[in-house]
Design a protein around this ligand. Structure first.
Ligand SMILES: NC(=O)c1ccc[n+]([C@@H]2O[C@H](COP(=O)([O-])OP(=O)(O)OC[C@H]3O[C@@H](n4cnc5c(N)ncnc54)[C@H](OP(=O)(O)O)[C@@H]3O)[C@@H](O)[C@H]2O)c1
Length: 199
Protein backbone atom coordinates (compact mmCIF):
# COMPACT_ATOMS: atom_id res chain seq x y z
CA UNK A 1 0.00 0.00 0.00
CA UNK A 2 1.36 3.45 -0.89
CA UNK A 3 0.22 6.71 0.68
CA UNK A 4 0.15 10.38 -0.30
CA UNK A 5 -0.97 13.47 1.56
CA UNK A 6 -2.22 16.28 -0.67
CA UNK A 7 -1.89 19.59 1.14
CA UNK A 8 1.15 20.20 3.33
CA UNK A 9 -0.19 22.83 5.70
CA UNK A 10 -1.22 22.30 9.30
CA UNK A 11 -3.14 19.05 8.81
CA UNK A 12 -0.88 17.66 6.08
CA UNK A 13 2.16 18.16 8.29
CA UNK A 14 0.39 16.76 11.34
CA UNK A 15 -0.34 13.57 9.39
CA UNK A 16 3.19 13.49 8.00
CA UNK A 17 4.45 13.46 11.62
CA UNK A 18 2.22 10.45 12.31
CA UNK A 19 3.69 8.55 9.33
CA UNK A 20 7.25 9.56 10.22
CA UNK A 21 6.81 8.44 13.82
CA UNK A 22 6.13 4.90 12.57
CA UNK A 23 8.65 4.97 9.69
CA UNK A 24 5.90 4.53 7.10
CA UNK A 25 6.67 5.96 3.65
CA UNK A 26 4.42 8.82 2.59
CA UNK A 27 4.50 11.28 -0.27
CA UNK A 28 3.47 14.89 0.31
CA UNK A 29 2.41 17.41 -2.32
CA UNK A 30 0.78 20.78 -2.77
CA UNK A 31 0.55 23.34 -5.58
CA UNK A 32 4.16 24.34 -4.89
CA UNK A 33 6.98 22.35 -6.50
CA UNK A 34 8.47 19.49 -4.47
CA UNK A 35 11.74 21.41 -3.96
CA UNK A 36 9.76 24.00 -1.98
CA UNK A 37 8.27 21.35 0.33
CA UNK A 38 11.38 19.15 0.63
CA UNK A 39 13.14 20.94 3.55
CA UNK A 40 10.02 20.74 5.74
CA UNK A 41 9.37 17.14 4.65
CA UNK A 42 12.95 16.16 5.52
CA UNK A 43 12.66 17.95 8.86
CA UNK A 44 9.67 15.79 9.75
CA UNK A 45 11.43 12.54 8.88
CA UNK A 46 13.22 10.48 6.23
CA UNK A 47 10.06 8.57 5.23
CA UNK A 48 8.31 11.82 4.22
CA UNK A 49 9.08 12.61 0.57
CA UNK A 50 7.85 15.65 -1.36
CA UNK A 51 6.70 15.05 -4.93
CA UNK A 52 4.70 16.89 -7.54
CA UNK A 53 0.93 16.59 -7.28
CA UNK A 54 0.90 14.56 -10.48
CA UNK A 55 3.39 12.03 -9.07
CA UNK A 56 1.81 11.97 -5.61
CA UNK A 57 -1.62 10.90 -6.89
CA UNK A 58 -0.04 7.67 -8.15
CA UNK A 59 -0.30 6.38 -4.57
CA UNK A 60 -3.04 3.83 -3.77
CA UNK A 61 -4.37 5.89 -0.88
CA UNK A 62 -4.60 9.66 -1.02
CA UNK A 63 -5.36 11.84 1.99
CA UNK A 64 -7.00 15.18 1.21
CA UNK A 65 -5.64 17.91 3.50
CA UNK A 66 -6.42 20.96 1.37
CA UNK A 67 -9.04 23.67 1.97
CA UNK A 68 -12.46 22.25 1.05
CA UNK A 69 -12.84 24.62 -1.90
CA UNK A 70 -9.69 23.14 -3.50
CA UNK A 71 -10.79 19.51 -3.65
CA UNK A 72 -12.08 19.85 -7.20
CA UNK A 73 -8.68 21.11 -8.36
CA UNK A 74 -7.01 18.07 -6.79
CA UNK A 75 -9.57 15.78 -8.42
CA UNK A 76 -8.52 17.07 -11.84
CA UNK A 77 -5.08 15.49 -11.37
CA UNK A 78 -6.45 12.14 -12.59
CA UNK A 79 -9.05 11.34 -15.25
CA UNK A 80 -10.35 8.45 -13.14
CA UNK A 81 -9.86 7.58 -9.49
CA UNK A 82 -10.84 3.94 -10.03
CA UNK A 83 -8.92 1.66 -7.65
CA UNK A 84 -7.91 4.49 -5.30
CA UNK A 85 -8.90 5.14 -1.73
CA UNK A 86 -9.39 8.82 -0.88
CA UNK A 87 -9.38 9.81 2.78
CA UNK A 88 -11.16 13.11 3.33
CA UNK A 89 -9.55 14.90 6.28
CA UNK A 90 -11.21 18.21 5.30
CA UNK A 91 -13.84 20.14 7.18
CA UNK A 92 -16.30 22.60 5.77
CA UNK A 93 -17.65 25.25 8.14
CA UNK A 94 -20.12 26.83 7.93
CA UNK A 95 -21.80 24.54 5.41
CA UNK A 96 -23.27 26.48 2.49
CA UNK A 97 -26.63 25.67 0.92
CA UNK A 98 -25.00 24.66 -2.40
CA UNK A 99 -24.29 21.23 -0.94
CA UNK A 100 -28.00 20.42 -1.24
CA UNK A 101 -28.03 18.87 2.21
CA UNK A 102 -25.27 16.36 1.36
CA UNK A 103 -22.59 15.67 3.97
CA UNK A 104 -19.49 17.51 2.71
CA UNK A 105 -17.62 14.22 2.16
CA UNK A 106 -20.44 12.89 -0.05
CA UNK A 107 -20.10 16.10 -2.04
CA UNK A 108 -16.32 15.54 -2.30
CA UNK A 109 -16.88 11.94 -3.45
CA UNK A 110 -18.73 13.23 -6.51
CA UNK A 111 -15.49 14.77 -7.83
CA UNK A 112 -13.32 11.68 -7.26
CA UNK A 113 -15.09 9.42 -9.72
CA UNK A 114 -14.45 5.75 -9.03
CA UNK A 115 -12.60 6.24 -5.75
CA UNK A 116 -13.56 4.68 -2.46
CA UNK A 117 -13.98 7.64 -0.12
CA UNK A 118 -13.53 7.48 3.64
CA UNK A 119 -13.91 10.47 5.94
CA UNK A 120 -11.31 10.40 8.68
CA UNK A 121 -8.58 12.25 10.57
CA UNK A 122 -10.72 15.43 10.36
CA UNK A 123 -12.15 15.79 13.85
CA UNK A 124 -9.05 16.96 15.76
CA UNK A 125 -7.20 20.27 15.64
CA UNK A 126 -3.87 19.96 13.84
CA UNK A 127 -1.67 20.23 16.95
CA UNK A 128 -3.54 17.36 18.58
CA UNK A 129 -3.42 15.23 15.42
CA UNK A 130 0.35 15.83 15.24
CA UNK A 131 0.96 14.60 18.79
CA UNK A 132 1.84 10.99 19.58
CA UNK A 133 -1.51 9.14 19.64
CA UNK A 134 -0.18 6.52 22.03
CA UNK A 135 -0.43 7.75 25.58
CA UNK A 136 -0.21 5.89 28.84
CA UNK A 137 -3.26 3.72 28.99
CA UNK A 138 -4.66 4.37 25.55
CA UNK A 139 -4.70 5.24 21.88
CA UNK A 140 -6.15 8.44 20.48
CA UNK A 141 -9.44 7.76 18.65
CA UNK A 142 -10.01 8.64 15.00
CA UNK A 143 -13.47 8.32 13.51
CA UNK A 144 -13.97 6.72 10.10
CA UNK A 145 -17.12 6.85 8.00
CA UNK A 146 -17.87 5.86 4.42
CA UNK A 147 -20.70 4.95 2.08
CA UNK A 148 -18.48 2.14 0.77
CA UNK A 149 -18.46 -0.78 3.20
CA UNK A 150 -15.19 -2.27 1.90
CA UNK A 151 -13.29 0.99 2.05
CA UNK A 152 -13.13 1.49 5.79
CA UNK A 153 -11.17 -1.64 6.80
CA UNK A 154 -7.87 -0.74 5.07
CA UNK A 155 -8.08 2.82 6.42
CA UNK A 156 -8.71 1.40 9.90
CA UNK A 157 -5.59 -0.75 9.44
CA UNK A 158 -3.59 2.34 8.49
CA UNK A 159 -4.96 4.25 11.51
CA UNK A 160 -3.83 1.41 13.78
CA UNK A 161 -0.40 1.30 12.16
CA UNK A 162 -0.11 5.02 12.94
CA UNK A 163 -0.99 4.29 16.58
CA UNK A 164 -4.58 5.56 16.57
CA UNK A 165 -7.67 3.64 17.65
CA UNK A 166 -10.13 3.74 14.73
CA UNK A 167 -13.84 3.89 15.50
CA UNK A 168 -16.13 3.13 12.58
CA UNK A 169 -19.24 5.30 12.40
CA UNK A 170 -20.91 3.74 9.35
CA UNK A 171 -22.30 5.73 6.45
CA UNK A 172 -21.55 9.41 5.87
CA UNK A 173 -25.11 10.56 6.47
CA UNK A 174 -25.66 8.19 9.39
CA UNK A 175 -22.86 7.90 12.00
CA UNK A 176 -20.71 10.08 9.77
CA UNK A 177 -23.04 13.01 10.50
CA UNK A 178 -21.36 13.21 13.93
CA UNK A 179 -18.07 14.26 12.30
CA UNK A 180 -19.56 16.68 9.77
CA UNK A 181 -20.74 20.21 10.31
CA UNK A 182 -24.33 21.05 9.47
CA UNK A 183 -25.05 24.69 8.74
CA UNK A 184 -23.28 26.60 11.50
CA UNK A 185 -23.12 23.67 13.93
CA UNK A 186 -20.19 21.28 14.26
CA UNK A 187 -20.93 17.55 14.48
CA UNK A 188 -21.04 16.35 18.09
CA UNK A 189 -17.78 14.36 17.83
CA UNK A 190 -15.71 17.08 16.21
CA UNK A 191 -12.93 18.30 18.55
CA UNK A 192 -13.64 15.47 21.03
CA UNK A 193 -10.17 14.16 21.91
CA UNK A 194 -11.01 10.63 23.03
CA UNK A 195 -8.85 7.62 23.91
CA UNK A 196 -9.45 3.88 23.85
CA UNK A 197 -7.62 1.35 25.98
CA UNK A 198 -7.36 -1.12 23.12
CA UNK A 199 -6.88 -0.32 19.45
N1 LIG B 1 -6.14 23.24 10.92
C1 LIG B 1 -6.86 22.37 11.63
O1 LIG B 1 -6.75 22.30 12.87
C2 LIG B 1 -7.81 21.43 10.93
C3 LIG B 1 -8.44 20.43 11.69
C4 LIG B 1 -9.23 19.49 11.05
C5 LIG B 1 -9.43 19.56 9.68
N2 LIG B 1 -8.84 20.56 8.96
C6 LIG B 1 -9.08 20.61 7.51
O2 LIG B 1 -7.88 20.22 6.84
C7 LIG B 1 -7.79 20.91 5.61
C8 LIG B 1 -6.46 21.64 5.56
O3 LIG B 1 -6.44 22.58 6.63
P1 LIG B 1 -5.08 23.22 7.12
O4 LIG B 1 -5.38 23.92 8.39
O5 LIG B 1 -3.98 22.20 7.05
O6 LIG B 1 -4.85 24.31 5.97
P2 LIG B 1 -3.50 25.03 5.55
O7 LIG B 1 -2.54 25.05 6.69
O8 LIG B 1 -3.91 26.32 4.91
O9 LIG B 1 -2.89 24.06 4.42
C9 LIG B 1 -3.54 23.86 3.20
C10 LIG B 1 -2.56 23.16 2.28
O10 LIG B 1 -3.24 22.86 1.06
C11 LIG B 1 -2.37 23.17 -0.03
N3 LIG B 1 -3.23 23.41 -1.19
C12 LIG B 1 -4.15 24.39 -1.36
N4 LIG B 1 -4.77 24.24 -2.56
C13 LIG B 1 -4.22 23.15 -3.14
C14 LIG B 1 -4.44 22.48 -4.38
N5 LIG B 1 -5.36 22.89 -5.27
N6 LIG B 1 -3.69 21.38 -4.66
C15 LIG B 1 -2.75 20.93 -3.79
N7 LIG B 1 -2.50 21.52 -2.59
C16 LIG B 1 -3.24 22.62 -2.28
C17 LIG B 1 -1.58 24.39 0.45
O11 LIG B 1 -0.31 24.49 -0.13
P3 LIG B 1 0.03 25.36 -1.45
O12 LIG B 1 -0.45 26.75 -1.17
O13 LIG B 1 1.51 25.19 -1.56
O14 LIG B 1 -0.71 24.68 -2.56
C18 LIG B 1 -1.35 23.99 1.91
O15 LIG B 1 -0.21 23.15 2.03
C19 LIG B 1 -8.99 21.88 5.54
O16 LIG B 1 -9.99 21.27 4.76
C20 LIG B 1 -9.43 21.98 6.99
O17 LIG B 1 -10.82 22.21 7.11
C21 LIG B 1 -8.02 21.50 9.54
Amino acid sequence: MSYAIIGFGKIGQALAHAFARKNIDVTVASRRPPEALAPQARAIGPTVVAKSLRDAVEADTIILAVPFGEHREVAKALPSWEGKTVIDAMNLFPVPEELDGLPSSAFVAKSFTGAKLVKGFNHLVAATLAADPVVEGGHRVVFLSSDDEDATAPVATLAKQLGFAPVKLGKLSEGGALVHARGRTWGQLIFQDLFKKEQ
